[in-house]
Design a protein. Structure first.
Length: 259
């Protein structure tokens, strides 16, 4: 029971939070104003219906009064003509008409009072609706201004949702860069210490073997250089050309003519 209640409370909290974030007070104000206008329209229709009924009863009252007056005139005419029975019948009908007239008058007075009450209520409601409309527009304007100011301040200070996402992205990029730099530095240290083999070296060679091979290569080079120097030193020097040969070469190889 306790767990179910906690789950239900949590659901209500989440639902209220979602509704609060999605609710726009301006829309709620406009909706309330529209409902008040609908109520005012219903009151006005009620006043119109009562006024119509009152007018109908008023017409009936007029007809019944005219009928009662006519029956009274007929009774007098019949009595003048010595027709007492006809006069009695006319007066009987007149009495029934007067009775109906009383009922209609009571109904008319009731409808008139209801019409006045509804008219006054409609006037009061209209005044409230107009006051609510003015207040609604003021609140909407204030809310719009506050919303715009908040968004501007959030953009300037960088605490809006969009700027927050950008800040988080930059932070993640900086953290990843730091991790990569730390990993690269650690790998450099391991390679330098020989604890980690270089994948570019041939298979089966470690750092020690590489250095030994370099020393052996340097020794071979030194030995070859020394051998070449010895060969140059032990090689015979080339013989110098004779004087006559030099002269012949300078004269183009032609002998002087004899005298």
């Amino acid at each position: 029971m306790g767990l179910a209640r906690r789950i239900a409370d949590l659901f209500r909290i989440k639902a209220n939070k979602a509704l609060d974030s999605a609710e726009d007070p301006r829309e709620m104000l406009d909706y309330s104003y529209s409902r008040q206008l609908e109520l005012l329209s219903k009151v006005r229709r009620g006043v119109a219906d009562v006024a119509t009924s009152r007018k109908r009863v008023e017409l009936q009252l007029t007809q019944v009064r005219q009928s009662a007056a006519k029956l009274e005139a007929q009774a007098q005419q019949a009595l003048s003509a010595g027709r007492e029975e006809i006069a009695r019948e006319a007066l009987t009908r007149r009495a029934a008409a007067l009775s109906q007239l009383g009922d209609l008058q009571g109904q008319y007075d009731s409808l008139q009072a209801e019409e006045e009450r509804l008219t006054l209520a409609g006037q009061r409601l209209q005044a409230k609706v107009e006051a609510f409309r003015s207040r609604k527009e003021m609140v909407k304007a204030s809310y719009t201004a506050a919303e715009a100011r908040t968004r501007i301040n959030e953009s300037v200070t960088g605490i809006s949702e969009e700027m927050g996402d950008i800040g988080l992205a930059i932070q993640r990029a900086e953290d990843k860069t730091a991790q990569l730099e730390a990993r690269a530095g650690a790998l450099d240290e391991l390679l330098a210490s020989g604890a980690l083999e270089d994948a570019t070296l041939p298979a089966g060679h470690d750092d020690l073997q590489t250095r030994l091979a370099a020393i052996s290569t340097e020794g071979d080079v030194d030995e070859q250089l020394a051998r070449m120097k010895r060969e140059l030193e032990s090689a015979p020097a080339p013989s110098a050309p004779s004087a006559e040969s030099a002269i012949d070469e300078q004269s183009g190889g032609k002998a002087a003519p004899e005298e």
